[in-house]
Ligand binder design. Structure first.
Ligand SMILES: [Ca+2]
Length: 501
């Protein structure tokens, strides 16, 4: 009797161990949402109610020192999807457009591909902004505006044709979304590899029939809920939900207009929070809530398009205690809200002050799924999974690299931050052109003592600046910032100094 039971028992145990359920991952990426736009992160100086994100934080973990890899959209999204810094590609500054070619190379591993290999269902619902191959009527390249690619005068798109090299060719089983930002043509939904309806090639700035900008956010929420309802505990899933808000156009839907005391931006932020609440509600109603990791973060800080001066006059500070905003090298550009709820794996009401980067999704997802990042992938990705358990992150990365809209670099290591810029490196005054003559060529801040980046220590601490610069140079030139097999950047001679030093 015993002889037959023991092997049977060990087989069962092995099966149980093997079948330890992999967590589902929902990654919600708001667009241009400042650290101080989330009420619980900025309780004294936020005037926007965000009850759903606040609840997520109360039930999970707040990361107080999380950074997007860039202070603008496209580059950050590249980092989220690939675990690699954007400036290792040809995109050295700025963003791409709605008709642009794919930025992620066909042979580069993405997070959804990695998770698919681990048995996950994968879906993306929202804004891509990483380029795709759009079909054309004449088989020629897509006609783009020569001066303003945001608004070409006419196009040659085949609206009935097959879209290639987009999200479904980069690892997502399912896509419902838009090509780029909601202020960039084309204005049309895409489902998997097809457009939903047709836009007008002679009026490419006109939305396709039925496409309403003030309904896009709600549709992203509804489609995500719909997708969640089709999932069950038998197979893990990864859903990437890049929201289109509170980025421009600031278009709260009719039912949210006037809800805040701050005008459209406040209303739109409240609607953003509401949509996150709808997604949480669907998770909570499911059989898989306990083992679902919900992450809420943003691709960069609040934009000046939100009329930050006016918001501040009304007592709302979108960058909280941080200096600058979207596009900048100062922390207001790229220190982002980062909240993780995972009932099974994260203690409610916890906080982590570890410095993490949005490139870290790949290594973290790999660890959560019980695997590792293969060679020649995720070169700038470090798993923050230990932090979720309250343990220190085991990082082989010396520091985190920041990048501004104009391609200025900064390096953060422990409490020190070196900026290779004289001013904001972005849109906030003083910009590089506005700095006073004779200003130091770079900036160095002690982020512990001076998180608002007010006291430049560059000239008084040259040895610290030198050491950080050397580390930055090493991380750039070796094609990776983590330990692992050597890797190559897509271009040679990445220019570290952008201010004519
Ligand atoms: Ca953005």
């Amino acid at each position: 009797m015993k002889k037959t039971l023991i092997p049977l028992l060990s087989t069962c145990l092995a099966l149980v161990a093997h079948a330890a359920p992999k967590p589902n991952i929902i990654y919600i990426l708001a667009d241009d949402m400042g650290y101080g736009d989330v009420h619980c992160l900025n309780p004294e100086r936020s005037k926007i109610a965000t009850p759903h994100i606040d609840r997520l934080a109360a039930e999970g973990m707040i990361f107080t020192d999380a950074h997007s890899s860039s202070s603008v959209c496209t580059p950050t999204r590249y980092g989220v999807m690939t675990g690699r810094y954007n400036w290792r590609t040809h995109l050295q500054e700025g963003v791409i457009w709605g008709y642009s070619k794919p930025l992620i190379a066909a042979d580069r591993l993405t997070v959804p591909q990695l998770l698919k290999q681990q048995g996950y269902n994968t879906a993306m619902i929202g804004k891509w902004h990483l380029g795709m191959e759009l079909p054309t009527l004449d088989g020629k390249p897509v006609m783009e505006g020569k001066k303003d690619q945001r608004k070409p005068k006419k196009t040659n798109i085949d609206w009935k044709g097959e879209i290639k090299e987009g999200p479904v060719d980069r690892g997502f089983d399912y896509l419902y979304g838009i090509s780029a930002s909601l202020d960039m043509a084309p204005y049309i939904w895409i489902e998997n590899d097809r457009f939903v309806g047709e836009a007008d090639n002679h009026h490419p700035s006109k939305p396709a029939p039925g496409f309403k900008k003030d309904q896009v956010l709600a549709s992203i929420g509804n489609k995500t809920v719909e997708y969640l309802k089709k999932q069950d505990a038998s197979k893990p899933f990864f859903i990437y939900v890049p929201l289109t808000s509170p980025h421009t156009p600031i278009v709260p839907s009719a039912q949210w207009k006037g809800k805040s005391s701050l005008g459209s931006y406040g209303d739109f932020m409240m609607e953003t929070d509401h949509v996150i609440g709808q997604i949480m509600k669907a998770v909570d109603a499911s059989e898989f809530a306990e083992n679902t990791v919900v992450i809420v973060t943003a691709d960069n800080g609040c934009s000046k398009a939100a009329k930050i001066d006016r918001l501040e006059k009304k007592g709302h500070f979108p960058s909280a205690h941080l200096r600058g905003s979207k596009a900048d090298l100062w922390d207001g550009g790229h220190r982002v809200p980062f909240i993780v709820r995972w009932p099974k794996g994260v203690q409610a009401g916890s906080t982590s002050d570890e410095t993490i980067c949005l490139t870290d999704l790949m290594a973290t997802a790999a660890e959560l799924a019980g695997t590792t990042v293969p060679p020649h992938a995720g070169e700038d990705s470090v798993s923050f999974a230990p932090a979720l358990k309250g343990e220190p992150i085991q990082s082989t990365r010396q520091g985190v690299i920041h990048h501004s809209i104009s391609g200025h670099f900064a390096y953060r290591q422990g409490k020190w931050k070196l900026l290779l810029a004289k001013g904001s490196g972005g849109w906030t005054s003083p910009t590089e052109r506005q700095v006073k003559p004779g200003s130091p060529v770079a900036q160095l801040y002690d982020m512990e003592a001076d998180p608002g980046e007010t006291k430049n220590l560059y000239t008084s601490h040259p040895e610290v600046a030198k050491q950080l610069l050397q580390q930055l140079q090493a991380d750039v030139s070796k094609g990776r910032s983590t330990a692992g097999s050597a890797s190559q950047n897509d271009i040679e001679n990445i220019q570290l100094w952008k201010n004519n030093k």
